[in-house]
Ligand binder design. Structure first.
Ligand code: ATP
Ligand code: MG
Length: 419
């Protein structure tokens, strides 16, 4: 029978890597706390409508990347392709932002997109996501951007570039859209098929096309900054001033868009110079009209999502550390079969005192138990003599020295040595 493999675009995070993930998530969790963000746990699947309305019918995600199925109750369900829409749904449903209240929420977990798998691009991938809801002013944008920069600083990432833009609002974007349309009409022949299709529905997205020929056309397109209304212009200036106040450098890129009606004002990305084609480690921005798009009234919001898989790739590439390599402090070895039970009791006692302890459950020889012990700090050896004398032979595996310790004193003895 042929063996079953993981589906294309998914992978297993094995123990050799999972402790590094734990480090990234723990670092994120602490950074979020320090910035006043609380964790929220969300469903991994939602009603399809949340994403078609909350991400947008004309996006790549909704058009061709969603894992959608009908459940046994006849509902259209989608595995979440991103977190923002779900966070906003939860905030509306649980009334977190009523009467002017704001909420700073973060979460992490798997996202699903039917994409072409390649380095740094998977069908099941992981995001750390932070959203600041209920605040319209530019301080919130700076809070979110600085949070993502601080997270990467703590993780030790180097060679990053923060790119920002403003995509305007429902007042000024239609004006810009008209200007763009006129320009792209005149350059129709130079655009790819996809961009031609985008033209009628969402010309802003042409600015984002990765094809070189479209890129050339987009470079010459009208500048969005010339079309921003006073409010958007001022907001953008204040976001930039805030970033500068905190000492961050950034570049402006007028082609960075989140080309949807309910994405407003700030758009940003953090790019790594060490990732090749899939170079974005985080992306985010403001979405003041998302809540109303999913039927929740007026709740402004700004947030970011960071790709954990890509952060991991960059950290490995750059030789970053992942905190302490996990280790077992004590290995309890039994000299013969009769001693295994006593060894088991001592192991459990050590563990109950928060000491990481290992013990052979496979019935292996003493020699192979000691081989397992070699990566540990101490080996506790128990045989017939030790049992008869009510002691344990404690071997320091660093210097090879060995002492007999009273059975009742072993935990205290080890505690004293490993602190
Ligand atoms: P890209 O342009 O690389 O497709 P995106 O604009 O689709 O990115 P967002 O929706 O902004 O990405 O998601 C935020 C982050 O999630 C990205 O910056 C990236 O780090 C990560 N990400 C997105 N899609 C994938 C994927 N398929 N596999 C791994 N990471 C991903
Ligand atoms: Mg994408």
């Amino acid at each position: 029978m042929t063996s079953i493999t993981a589906p294309r675009g998914t992978r297993d995070i094995l123990p050799g890597e999972s402790w590094k993930w734990e480090y990234i998530i723990n670092t994120a969790s602490q950074t979020m706390k320090d910035f006043g963000f609380s964790e929220i746990h969300l469903p991994i699947f939602e009603h399809t409508e949340l994403f078609s309305r909350g991400v947008g019918e004309t996006t790549d995600i909704v058009e061709k990347e969603m894992y959608t199925f009908t459940d046994m109750g006849g509902r259209s369900i989608t595995l979440r392709p991103e977190a923002t829409a779900g966070v906003m749904r939860a905030a509306i449903e649980n009334k977190l932002c009523v009467q002017g209240a704001s909420a700073k929420l973060w979460n992490w977990g798997p996202m699903f997109r039917y994409e072409r798998p390649q380095k740094g691009r998977y069908r099941q991938f992981y995001q750390i996501d932070a959203e600041c809801l209920g605040i319209a002013g530019p301080y919130a944008d700076v809070e979110v951007i600085s949070l993502s920069i601080e997270l990467f600083r703590r993780l030790g990432l180097k060679n990053l570039e923060v790119v920002i833009n403003s995509v305007g609002c429902e007042k000024c974007r239609p004006v810009y859209r008209e200007k763009l349309l006129k320009y792209f009409e005149a350059h129709k022949d130079e655009l790819c098929e996809t961009c031609l299709a985008r033209m009628g529905r969402n010309p802003l997205r042409i600015l984002d096309c990765k094809k070189e020929s479209c890129g050339h056309v987009a470079d010459g397109a009208p500048d969005i900054y010339d079309s921003l209304c006073d409010e958007c212009r001022e907001h953008f200036a204040e976001v930039r001033a805030g970033l500068e106040r905190l000492g961050f450098t950034y570049t402006l890129n007028k082609r960075l868009v989140r080309g949807l009606d309910y994405y407003t004002k700030t758009a940003y990305e953090i790019l790594s110079g060490d990732l090749g084609a899939q170079n974005a480690v985080a992306g985010g921005g403001r979405y003041d009209n998302l809540a109303s798009a999913i039927g929740g009234g007026k709740i402004p919001g700004v947030g970011f999502a960071c790709g954990v898989d890509r952060v991991m790739l960059v950290m490995e590439e750059q030789g970053c550390t992942f905190g302490k390599v996990p280790e077992i402090s004590v290995y309890v070895a039994a000299l013969d079969d009769n001693s295994r039970g006593v060894a088991q009791i001592l192991t459990h006692e050590l563990r109950m005192n928060n000491i990481t302890a290992g013990f052979d459950t496979a019935g292996k020889s003493f020699k192979s138990q000691m081989k397992n012990a070699s990566a540990c700090k101490f080996a506790c050896i128990i045989g017939p003599d030790e049992i008869a004398n009510n002691v344990v032979a404690v071997k320091n595996l660093g210097d090879g020295s060995q002492v007999n310790v009273e059975r009742s004193e072993v935990v205290k003895y080890i505690q004293g040595k490993i602190q």
